[in-house]
Structures are given as structure tokens and as C-alpha cells.
Design a protein around this ligand. Structure first.
Ligand code: ATP
Ligand code: MG
Length: 391
């Protein structure tokens, strides 16, 4: 054993009571993500160590960057926890690294080790200076911080730091259903919800033949892009055509969107109960469109008692776009296929709907049976197989 990837947990170290569960979930997620590689995981309550094959190092560095629940990670050299072994390893490894200025940081979690961190730092610093040319100590702004972590059995020396994604491991918060359109906002909302440990399943409302199969493909691509950060993501497809046509035929044009979105929320609540999801997630952003003013949100949200989280509610569009680019969903989201909401959008959707007027408009349609039929016909997308359901 010469090198390992040393992982520092994200926020989960602060949640003492649940620590074991968090670490177990993170381990499972890492094993799942790296299942095609030959690795071995060792862990304790504050660190995780991944043993790996040298040729996989670069790939591992990239893949670990896609896992929630990790604060930072490091390629660490390993040696036995006695002063002679540590010195020897330090002399060897310092030759392999490229820097001009450095600082030593010693962490001694094995308190039975004969010297304290404060006593050890200058000793190790002296060794580094003696064994590498043209370098000096700089405690304020060094090129490299040489970390030496002395644990009970082994000591870990590392010269690098890779920032993790932070957040909580996927799955520790139970399940949420994400309303996933083909737009920019909802994939970002899904990513942010996953970051808090929610196991997300996606729900896409489609209105074939008013919307195309290309629009569905776009959503499938987005699901695949989000899967990079998750354990797995199921995609539920809701055949929304009938209910939309009914609304369009009977409701005053300016209330079409308000009522359509109330129907979406009703379906989401019903699916959540069926799928045992605890929360609905969507990409609504305050003020972005008529259906996302506070008055609209009040009237639309009124049909459900379920918690609805809107991770991008308070972000500007440019802030949302920044995240979309970072998680590589942006270029897919801007593809020009019509969504069911845009197909039916009236010229003047109401900006300040009232509950009273909404209920009057809604009474014009007999939606109960259509909703039931829609929910019964909702299906989970499985690769190509479902095309015949629709064509
Ligand atoms: P996005 O918000 O994803 O960029 P958008 O702006 O076109 O797409 P809006 O009309 O703003 O969508 O809808 C607000 C939210 O409602 C979306 O973020 C999404 O969560 C949900 N939503 C809208 N249309 C659909 C749909 N066809 N299927 C699933 N969810 C949808
Ligand atoms: Mg939007």
C-alpha cells in the first residue's frame, strides 16, 4: 500500500447522530459510481480511504468530483505511524512534487504519538528543506501545503487538495418528485435538491401530438445528465394531452395556465403518494413568468398540502444559467422543442389570479375522471420500449 485517495466528508460530520448512516450511504454511492474500477474502500468516522490501481488515478479524480457528500479529497502517500517511517516517506515524496514555497500542516489524531503537532511541524519542515533544492518556507502564501495526518496505524502525507461537491450523499433524505420540463430551470432545481441528499425521481408532462418525441428525448437526455450526480433517476411520463385540451376548450384563455398548473400539482400529489415521495420539487423562480408571481404561486399551490420546494425560487436567471452550464444541462435545455406549457400558452396569462375566479373557471371542466385516467396511464420510461405506448 503506497497511495490512497483520502476523502474528507462534507457536512455530514456535523450531524453526529446520523453519522453512521451518512457514511454507509456515501460508501454505497461511491461503490456504485466506481463499480467498473478495481477499488477497495476503508473508512472510519472521520475519513474514507480508497485503494486503487495507479492507472485509474485520473479517472477517479474526475469521478469523485461528481459525488455529493464529499468536502475534499486528496491523493495521499501512506506510511506506518512511527517517526522514522514518516521521515523516510517525506524524503521520498518531496522529490516527486513540484513547488518553490511550502508550509507544513501536521494533524495528530493519534494522541499517543510521542510528539505534538506543534513540535513535529518544524522537524518535518527541516527534513523537507534538507532534501529538496531551491525551496523555502512561506507560511502565508505557500505554493504547497504539505499535510501530514498521523492516525493510529498509518500516516498520510499529501500535497494536493481537490474540492468535492459538498452537500449530503444521495438518498439520505428520502425521495422527492422533480417536475422536469425541458427548460433550463428544472434540471438545476433537481441538481440542487439532490445536493441536499434527496433521492430524486423525475416527472415529465407531455402532450403528444402537440409536443414531439424530440421534446421527450430532450428530457431523457437531461435525466441522464442528472444521473451523473445521483444513484439512479426514474422518469415518469404523464400523458397530459387530454386534460390540457379540456382546459383549453373550456377555460377563459387568461386562466388556462393557472388551471393547467393546478392540475399538474394535483397529479404530482397523487404520484407522490403512490411513490412514497415526501416532497415535490420544481424549477419555479419568483417573478420569472406570469404563473410564478406570488399571487399565482398562492393560487396554484392551493391544491396540495405537500411540501413543494423550489430550489431556484430566489436565483436570477443568470445565476441559474451558471449552474446549468456547470452541470452540463444548459446546451440540452436550450434546444428548441416545444414543451406542453409553451404550446398552450395564451397571449395574456393572468399575472394576479384570485382563488375565487380560479375556482369558477375550474368548475367549467369535469376534471376528476380525466385526472384519474391520466394518473392511471402515467408510466415509467424504460429505454426504447415505451415508444409504442404513444405512437
Ligand atoms: P424550466 O423552468 O425548466 O426552465 P420553463 O421555464 O419552460 O422550464 P416554466 O413554465 O417556468 O418552465 O415552469 C415552471 C416549472 O414547472 C418548471 O421549472 C418545471 O419544474 C415545471 N414544469 C413546467 N412544464 C413541465 C413539464 N412539461 N413537465 C414537468 N414539469 C414541468
Ligand atoms: Mg422557468
Amino acid at each position: 500500500m503506497d497511495k490512497v485517495i483520502l476523502i474528507k466528508y462534507g457536512e455530514l460530520t456535523t450531524k453526529k447522530g446520523n453519522r453512521n448512516f451518512f457514511i454507509k450511504t456515501l460508501t454505497k454511492n461511491i461503490e456504485n459510481k466506481l463499480k467498473n474500477l478495481n477499488i477497495e474502500i476503508e473508512k472510519d468516522l472521520s475519513r474514507m480511504y480508497i485503494h486503487y490501481k495507479e492507472e485509474d488515478e485520473l479517472l477517479l479524480i474526475n469521478k469523485i468530483h461528481e459525488i455529493f457528500g464529499i468536502h475534499s479529497y486528496h491523493i495521499a502517500y501512506v506510511t506506518n505511524s512511527n517517526i522514522e517511517s514518516i521521515k523516510e516517506k517525506l524524503i521520498k515524496t518531496v522529490q516527486l512534487e513540484n513547488f518553490k514555497t511550502f508550509k507544513i500542516k501536521v494533524k495528530r489524531s493519534d494522541k499517543s504519538f510521542p510528539k505534538t503537532s506543534v513540535e513535529l511541524a518544524p522537524i518535518f519542515g527541516g527534513i523537507v528543506l534538507k532534501n529538496k533544492n531551491n525551496i523555502k518556507v512561506d507560511v502565508n502564501n505557500p505554493d504547497t501545503i504539505i499535510h501530514i495526518e498521523i492516525r493510529e496505524k498509518y500516516t498520510y502525507i499529501y500535497y494536493n487538495e481537490y474540492k468535492g461537491l459538498g452537500g449530503y450523499p444521495c438518498g439520505i433524505q428520502g425521495k422527492g418528485l422533480l417536475m422536469l420540463s425541458g427548460g433550463i430551470d428544472s434540471p438545476v432545481a433537481g441538481y440542487l435538491a439532490m445536493k441536499r441528499g434527496i433521492k430524486v425521481e423525475a416527472v415529465y408532462f407531455e402532450a403528444i401530438p402537440h409536443t414531439s418525441l424530440e421534446a421527450r428525448e430532450k428530457v431523457i437526455t437531461l435525466v441522464n445528465k442528472l444521473k451523473v450526480y445521483s444513484c439512479d433517476i426514474k422518469l415518469h411520463i404523464v400523458p397530459f394531452t387530454k386534460i390540457q385540451e379540456e382546459i383549453y376548450k373550456n377555460v377563459s384563455p387568461n386562466y388556462v395556465i393557472t388551471i393547467m398548473r393546478r392540475m399538474m400539482y394535483r397529479i404530482m400529489e397523487s404520484l407522490s403518494k403512490k411513490e412514497k415521495a415526501k416532497v415535490i420539487i420544481n424549477g419555479e423562480s419568483i417573478g420569472q413568468v406570469a404563473s410564478q408571481t406570488l399571487s399565482s404561486m398562492y393560487v396554484i399551490n392551493n391544491v396540495t398540502n405537500m411540501p413543494v420546494i423550489r430550489p431556484v425560487a430566489c436565483l436570477d436567471k443568470l445565476e441559474i444559467i451558471d449552474i446549468a452550464k456547470k452541470i452540463d444541462t444548459y446546451n440540452t435545455s436550450i434546444l428548441p422543442y416545444e414543451d406542453c406549457c409553451t404550446v398552450f400558452v395564451p397571449k395574456h396569462p393572468i399575472i394576479n389570479p384570485t382563488l375565487e375566479e380560479t375556482l369558477k373557471e375550474e368548475a367549467k371542466i369535469n376534471y376528476e375522471s380525466i385526472l384519474k385516467e391520466t394518473i392511471d396511464n402515467t408510466f415509467i420510461y424504460k429505454e426504447e420500449k415505451n415508444y409504442e405506448n404513444i405512437l
